[in-house]
Design a protein around this ligand. Structure first.
Ligand code: PLP
Ligand code: ZN
Length: 510
């Protein structure tokens, strides 16, 4: 490399130096931050459970999901946060950013600093690199929508594609933090073994079992999931099976599965991996951190759009931006727009009426945004509390509902414009358009849409749309009421091995 530098023109030296900076050894990191690049594992009591209802704290050595006193949800409290608040925010930005460039084969698990543990001081200070389970999550691409799509929704937007993750959804962010913490407890003798379990609309189980599969070679570590029978896509069902997990199908909807695993978690020694578990929220906050970093920490006139199901993701987005605000890393809280299908819209109704009531989704009709088809979001109490705090600090949260036709049409339109979104992504884009129409978002604001998964996992809905199978009153469980629009339908054509016939079919003329 040095020889290369010496014998080339100054311009090429500049290019070579840039390359070195992009992939850096620890020894090449700037002097002022070098000794902070590898995060230090703080003692276990640097983090604690904190009940969101009564404020009581509990040690993180127990597998605990609700307050033993009042059944309140537990958040993970970071006792080192005040220390961080004393630090120079620009220095913190520099450390977090440089970790992304660390590529040093002499450091064990160095690649884990490209994932959610790049923000270790904010995500989980008790866990050091040696215990992190990194499978390639986070650090997801940002894609600018084309001019046609911007005009269509009414404002400029970008897509942060969390479908580009190892299990093909954003859930990997939270699973990386939760499973890494379990790994840490196990490796340090706090847990002899555990059964990792979750209820799922498809993506949580895909992610949980993938992360657990990296650990199940250890004695005593097992993995199981509960799924609503027939209510996850074939691709999603294949994932926990591939990971070697025990897969239990329950006739019913997600909320039924969630009821069962909540009871299990309350009465048996299991590691619950739903977003009810505060450890999941920690990693999912990195979506907010990465988004802020992508906008150079200038969140003025920025809007974040998220589909809402069990409300873990919107909880994470709210609390992630609040973290950065508290640390003076951003000085404005972005606007947040949550989106739900009209068939599972308890958060939108709360937004509009200030009253929360769970929705019995067996009475409302099904949703193609199946991964967000939840009538009783477990994290709602967190959302209510965080929204209050968010608003008191000058930010805001809006919520909009969209219908099934809009979800499918927007997914298919986005797919034709370079955006490989799933039905939940279609829901989010439809929600952004609705938010502009309602005046919640103006045409001068820039939106970041959370693309929570990938088109390919939900391709069955596309095929059912093309063949007009999304409305069928005799099958209420699949009667989405969606009418295919001719301009979006695209079916394969059969041709013979004959050049003239093929050319004719393609409309080619000599
Ligand atoms: C889980 C999921 C959601 C909903 O996120 P919550 O945290 O449950 O609100 C949205 N989209 C996809 C693809 C999901 O897997
Ligand atoms: Zn409590």
């Amino acid at each position: 490399m040095l020889v290369f530098l010496v014998f080339n023109s100054s311009r090429k030296i500049f290019i070579a130096v840039l390359l070195v900076r992009f992939k850096m050894l620890l020894k090449d990191m700037p002097n002022d931050v070098r000794d902070r690049i590898i995060p230090v594992a703080r003692p276990l009591d640097s983090v604690m459970y904190e009940c969101i209802t009564c404020g009581k704290n509990y040690p993180l050595t127990q597998l605990l999901y609700t307050c033993p006193d009042d059944k309140g949800l537990l958040n993970v409290r970071n006792n080192t946060f005040d220390e961080l608040r004393q630090q120079d925010p620009d220095m913190l930005k520099k450390i977090f950013s440089l970790r992304k460039s660390l590529d040093d084969p002499t450091i064990i698990n160095d690649q884990a600093l490209h994932g959610v543990f790049r923000w270790q001081e904010l995500v989980m200070p008790a866990v050091g690199l040696e215990d992190v389970v990194y499978l390639g999550e986070a650090n997801t691409p940002v894609i600018a929508a084309n001019p046609f799509m911007n005009e269509y929704v009414g404002t400029t937007f970008q897509l942060k594609h969390d479908g580009i993750e190892p299990s093909v959804s954003f859930k990997d962010r939270g699973m990386a933090s939760a499973v890494s913490f379990l790994n840490y407890l196990y490796n340090n003798g706090h847990l002899k073994g555990f059964l990792g379990i979750c209820a799922s609309t498809g993506d949580t189980s895909a992610s949980a079992t993938l992360y657990l599969s990296a650990l199940t070679h250890n004695e005593g570590i097992h993995s199981a999931v509960l799924l609503p029978k027939g209510k996850v896509t074939p691709a999603q069902l294949s994932q926990p099976l591939a990971a070697g997990a025990q897969v239990l199908e329950v006739p019913g909807v997600f909320d039924d599965c969630m009821d069962v695993v909540q009871e299990l978690a309350a009465n048996y020694d299991v590691a619950l991996l739903n977003s009810k578990n505060g450890l999941r929220i920690l990693g999912q906050k990195t979506f907010a951190y990465e988004t802020a970093e992508r906008f150079a920490y200038d969140m003025k006139d920025k809007v974040i759009v998220v589909p809402i199901g069990n409300a873990g993701n919107v909880t994470s987005v709210l609390s992630g931006f609040l973290d950065l605000y508290e640390l003076n890393m951003i000085d404005t809280l972005p606007k947040i727009v949550g989106v739900q299908s009209e068939n599972a819209d308890p958060v939108v109704t709360w937004y509009e009426t200030d009253k929360f009531e769970k929705v019995d989704v067996t009475q409302t009709g099904p949703s193609t945004a199946q991964a967000a088809y939840i009538g009783n979001p477990v994290s709602f109490p967190r959302v209510e509390k965080l929204t209050q705090e968010y608003r008191s600090k000058g930010g805001n949260l809006h919520a909009v509902r969209v219908n099934e036709q809009e979800i499918m049409d927007n997914m298919l339109l986005a797919n034709r414009n370079g955006l490989t979104v799933c039905t939940q992504g279609g829901e989010a884009i439809a929600g952004l358009k609705a938010a502009v129409e309602k005046g919640y978002v103006s045409g001068t604001e820039i939106a970041m849409v959370d693309s929570t998964s990938h088109q390919i996992k939900f391709a069955g809905f596309q095929m059912d749309y093309y063949s007009d199978k999304l409305r069928n009153p005799s099958d209420p469980g699949r009667n989405y009421g969606v009418i295919p629009k001719k301009e979006y339908v695209n079916l394969p054509q059969t041709v013979q091995k004959d050049v003239t016939a093929v050319a004719q079919t393609l409309g080619l003329t000599k």
